[in-house]
Design a protein around this ligand. Structure first.
Ligand code: ATP
Length: 545
């Protein structure tokens, strides 16, 4: 069963070392996350698979790693200083600060035409504060999303040392267009790929790692002759969609959304968003835009840009003249892609039904938990959390034992844990979960944090331990991420590896000592086969692809 709520993913991610709340020892920093031992492997594999597909598997691409800090003028002429902003409004009644365009969309059912239309609606008291319902909102003002910092030892108090943490990696590629062109002797069409951190002081971060203030982008700028841009754009839309599918993402959970004319950025000719069906709904994974010649022109010396040192252009041998290439930009988020792969791979189900009396007991406990939440003084308990918990508990109670996985996901819920009865609910559900559910991350073998885990049948049998450790070493030497584990019975070890998405488990038993074969168990089919230890590396490499 796929995840029905993001909480199930968050819970697994925290429990099994994929993602932790950042600076948790000091109470955390809102919407900031650290990738743990398994998360860093998963995200690195996502980035590696992307790089392989867009750089190594093609003949028309180069890589780049530009600096995060750039000359401030880059952001002046790219337009970010002026326009990279969200409109904010303050509620005079409850002091909250919602995004004015979101308020407009949710209350008017359509996009606003601009800041003026939002402000006209605020002045006419047509918009309400989404938190308290008051119509006492201030005029909306643009709030720039770029993080500011100071370069140099002394903060002079003026803007002379001002720099920004880049809000996108793309500009690093545009300003290096000439360098890549000259040094790599490229002809159009060609592209440049880059993976790197980007920072945006987002007003409403949230949904786990979906929207954060620090994140990683995987961006391509693909340069083409004007006139060849539309075909190149379509071919990137197809290629990028296929990339997710080839790495195991279900096609029905992916869709292409054509941006409407009014939505398009002023420089874009066409833009298609790839969206994924996250547990919270369809949301953007990647944007693929035709940015025309806007960016290269913006960073070229002209009456509008007297600060640029030269022109970013291309000498077209065929036409014997200089042209400014058009740019196709497939821009993806490494964190969002990682989250989407996690959601898509998540599969938690009941392997068998618990005895009826156990289910009845748990149902009663969950209902009494719902009642306790309901009784809680709203002043001491956030009303939103209260309503959410009561609805979740009632839904879970009605669906037990099938909803046991959803109940397990509540274990980490801070609000739920404030209710005394929940401790009991947790104890009983975790015990039943251990016995009756199976969680599997069906990650593509190329993405799985660990490719293969090796176990000795008995940990107190030195010959088995020695051989198993040797198998692990050989697999690692063959370039496969392998781990050795002897901290439990084989069944328990399989369960643990299933939960973190390891596609292959190997057991070394007494027969192995005699004929040098081992058992390879497949995560998805649960089938087992005996393979010669000497052929393991080749056999598994072929399966990973
Ligand atoms: P959104 O509409 O979701 O804010 P965007 O259209 O502003 O995204 P782009 O500027 O096109 O995003 O950035 C390209 C990609 O970078 C997005 O498709 C997404 O995968 C990723 N991305 C953008 N902002 C964030 C963020 N705050 N946190 C995580 N990933 C992000």
């Amino acid at each position: 069963m796929p995840a029905t709520s993001l909480e199930q993913i968050v819970s697994l991610a925290k429990r099994r070392g994929f993602v932790f709340p950042s600076s948790a020892v000091y109470g955390g920093l809102g919407s900031t996350w650290d990738y743990g031992p398994l998360g860093v492997e998963l995200k690195n594999n996502v980035k590696r698979a992307w790089w392989r597909s867009v750089v190594y598997d093609r003949d028309d691409m180069e890589g780049l790693d530009a600096a995060i800090l750039m000359n401030r003028l880059v952001w002046k002429y790219s337009g970010h200083e002026k326009t990279f902003a969200d409109p904010m409004t303050d509620c005079r009644n409850c002091k909250s600060r919602p995004r004015a365009d979101h308020v407009f969309v949710s209350q008017k059912g359509r996009d606003p035409k601009g800041l003026d239309e939002i402000n006209a609606a605020i002045a006419a008291k047509e918009l309400k504060c989404p938190k308290c319902g008051a119509t006492d909102l201030t005029e909306a003002r643009p709030f720039n999303l770029m993080f500011r910092t100071t370069v140099g030892a002394v903060d002079t108090g003026d803007d002379s040392g001002l720099a920004y943490l880049r809000p996108e990696t793309a500009q690093g590629i545009f300003v290096n267009f000439g360098n890549v062109l000259d040094t790599m002797r490229r002809k159009l069409p060609f592209g440049v790929a880059q993976i790197g951190k980007a920072f945006r002081n987002e007003i409403t971060p949230g949904n786990f790692t979906f929207r954060t203030r620090e994140f990683e982008q995987m961006e391509i700028e693909y340069f083409v002759r004007p006139g060849e841009d539309e075909a190149a754009h379509q071919s990137w839309i197809d290629a990028r969609t296929q990339w997710y599918v080839d790495l195991g993402m279900r096609r029905e959970n992916l869709r292409q959304r054509e941006q409407a004319k009014e939505e398009l950025a002023h420089y874009a000719k066409r833009c298609v968003d790839l969206e994924y069906k996250f547990p919270m709904g369809w949301s953007e994974l990647e944007g693929i835009a035709n940015r025309t010649d806007y960016d290269l022109k913006a960073h070229s010396r002209s009456p509008e840009n007297p600060d640029a040192v030269g022109e970013l252009k291309y000498f077209d041998q065929e036409q014997k003249k200089h042209i400014v290439p058009y740019v196709i930009e497939p821009s993806a988020g490494a964190d969002r892609a990682t989250l989407a792969f996690l959601c898509d791979a998540f599969d938690e189900s009941l392997v068998k039904e618990p005895p009826a009396e156990e289910t009845t007991k748990l149902r009663e406990l969950v209902l009494s938990f719902a009642k306790s939440v309901d009784k809680k003084d709203p002043k001491a308990f956030d009303p939103e959390a209260k309503a959410r918990l009561v609805a979740a508990a009632e839904k879970i109670a009605a669906g037990l034992p099938g909803t046991l996985p959803e109940l397990l996901a509540l274990s980490d819920d801070e609000a739920a844990n404030k209710i005394e009865v929940f401790k009991k609910v947790r104890g009983v559900s975790e015990k039943l979960g251990e016995e009756f559910t199976r969680t599997v991350l069906r990650l593509h073998p190329r993405l799985a944090p660990i490719t293969v885990a090796v176990f000795p049948l008995k940990k107190n049998e030195p010959r088995l331990v020695e051989m198993a450790r040797g198998v692990k070493r050989d697999l690692q030497a063959a370039g496969l991420r392998a781990v050795y584990d002897d901290t439990g019975a084989i069944g328990k070890l399989y369960r643990r590896q299933d939960e973190i998405g390891t596609p292959f488990c190997i057991t070394v038993d007494f027969q192995s000592l005699e004929d040098k074969t081992v058992t390879v168990r497949d995560r998805d089919t649960m089938g087992q086969e005996r393979v010669g230890a000497g052929e393991l590396g080749g056999a598994l490499r072929a399966k990973v692809g």
